[in-house]
Design a protein around this ligand. Structure first.
Ligand code: ATP
Length: 347
C-alpha cells in the first residue's frame, strides 16, 4: 500500500488536486496499484483552520506518507498575515523538514500543441526537457552573507556531498528518460563551477549508460531558446536552476501545463508550478493538467512505476487533442477535461 498525503491548499488547489486524485485512482485500477489518500490542511486553509500554515497534524501526515500531492497555496486573503505564518512559510518548512534538495521541472511541448509555444513550431516541436535544480545550497544560502551601508555580499558555495546527491537524482532521472544529461555551471569564471563540473564527472562513473555533457549557463540560456529539443535532463545549481527553469517554463505555452517534483531525504513532494489562481478559483474552469502531470511524476519517482507515469502522460496528451480548458482556448471544465484523461487511461 502506498500512502499519499494530499494537501489541496487554496484557490484552485482543491479543484486541481481532486482531478489528479481521480486520475491516480483510475491508474490504480488499471495497473493494480494499492493507493491510500489522506487529506491534510495546508497553507491558507490551515491558517483558517488551525492558525498556522503547516500544523502538527499535517507535519505528521507528511512524515508518515510515501508521497505528498500538493495543490497550490496562498491568495489575497492571507496577504496581511505576519511573515512567520504566511502560507509560503509552510511550504518552506515542509521542504526543510523533509530535506528536499532537488527540484525537478519538466517542460514538454506536446504533439499538436506546438502552436501554444511562443517559439516557432519547428523549434518547439519535440521539446521534452527536465530541469533538475539544486534547491537548498549555493548562492541563496551560502555564508557569509550581509549588507552594510557601503557594500553587500553573498557567497556561492557547494560541498561535494551537496553536488553528488543532486547529480545522482539527475543521472537517475536521465536513466528513466533518454539517457542524456547536461550539467550547467560557469566553470570558466567561478571555482564553484569548476568544482561542480569535476564532481558531476566523478558521479558519472556510476552511470555509464547516461551520456554527460557540460554547458556554461550563459550558452545554455541561448540553447534553450534556439534548440531546446536537443536536451533531455539538465542539472544545475540553485540560482542558475531558478533562472533556467523559469526560462524553460514558457516553452510549452501555458502555466497550466507545468508539473514539478521536489525530491530528497524524506517524503517527496509533487505540485503544479502554477499558483492558487484566485481569479478563477471556485468556477470549475482551472486547467488540471499540471496537477495530473504532477501525479504522473509521483508515479514515476515516488512509486517507482515509470510505466504508470508514462501512461498518465499519454492519456493527458490524448485528452488535450480532444478537449481543452479556457486557458488553452477551449471550453471544457476541469471535470470535463479530467473525464477525458480518465477515459484515455482506459482499462
Ligand atoms: P503565485 O505567486 O502563487 O505563483 P501568481 O498569481 O503569480 O501566483 P498564478 O496563481 O499561477 O500566479 O496565476 C497566474 C495566472 O495564470 C492567473 O491569471 C491564473 O488564472 C492563471 N492560471 C494559473 N494556473 C492556472 C490553471 N491551472 N488553469 C488556468 N489558469 C491558470
Amino acid at each position: 500500500m502506498h500512502k499519499i498525503a494530499v494537501l489541496p491548499g487554496d484557490g484552485i488547489g482543491p479543484e486541481v488536486t481532486a482531478a489528479a486524485v481521480r486520475v491516480l485512482e483510475k491508474a490504480a485500477d488499471v495497473f493494480s496499484l494499492e493507493l491510500s489518500f489522506d487529506y491534510f490542511d495546508f497553507g491558507g486553509a490551515a491558517i483558517d483552520a488551525a492558525g498556522e500554515p503547516y500544523p502538527e497534524a499535517t507535519r505528521r501526515g507528511v512524515a508518515a506518507a510515501d508521497a505528498v500531492l500538493l495543490g497550490a497555496i496562498g491568495g489575497p486573503k492571507w496577504d496581511g498575515v505576519p511573515r512567520e505564518i504566511r502560507p509560503e512559510t509552510g511550504l518552506l518548512a515542509l521542504r526543510k523538514d523533509q530535506g528536499l534538495f532537488a527540484n525537478l521541472r519538466p517542460a514538454r511541448v506536446l504533439e499538436g500543441l506546438e502552436d501554444l509555444s511562443p517559439l516557432k513550431p519547428e523549434i518547439a516541436r519535440g521539446v521534452d526537457v527536465l530541469i533538475v535544480r539544486e534547491l537548498t545550497g549555493g548562492l541563496y544560502f551560502g555564508q557569509p552573507r550581509g549588507m552594510s551601508e557601503a557594500e553587500a555580499w553573498n557567497t556561492m558555495r557547494y560541498s561535494k556531498p551537496e553536488v553528488e546527491r543532486v547529480a545522482r537524482v539527475a543521472f537517475e532521472a536521465a536513466s528513466k528518460r533518454r539517457n542524456k544529461l547536461t550539467s550547467v555551471e560557469k566553470a570558466n569564471v567561478l571555482e564553484v563551477g569548476e568544482f561542480w563540473r569535476r564532481t558531476v564527472e566523478e558521479a558519472a562513473k556510476d552511470w555509464p549508460g547516461v551520456e554527460l555533457e557540460h554547458q556554461y549557463v550563459d550558452a545554455m540560456a541561448m540553447h534553450l531558446i534556439t534548440r531546446p529539443a536537443d536536451f533531455d535532463v539538465i542539472v544545475t545549481g540553485n540560482i542558475f536552476g531558478d533562472i533556467l527553469s523559469d526560462l524553460a517554463s514558457v516553452l510549452p505555452g501555458s502555466l497550466g501545463l507545468l508539473p514539478s517534483a521536489s525530491l530528497g531525504e524524506g517524503t517527496p513532494l509533487f505540485e503544479p508550478v502554477h499558483g492558487s489562481a484566485p481569479d478563477i478559483a471556485g468556477r470549475g474552469v482551472a486547467n488540471p493538467t499540471a496537477a495530473i502531470l504532477s501525479a504522473a511524476m509521483l508515479s514515476t519517482y515516488a512509486l517507482e512505476r515509470p510505466e504508470v507515469g508514462q501512461a498518465i502522460e499519454q492519456a493527458v496528451a490524448t485528452a488535450l487533442r480532444q478537449v481543452r480548458t479556457p486557458d488553452l482556448g477551449g471550453q471544457a471544465s476541469t471535470a470535463g477535461f479530467t473525464d477525458a484523461v480518465v477515459t484515455a487511461l482506459g482499462g
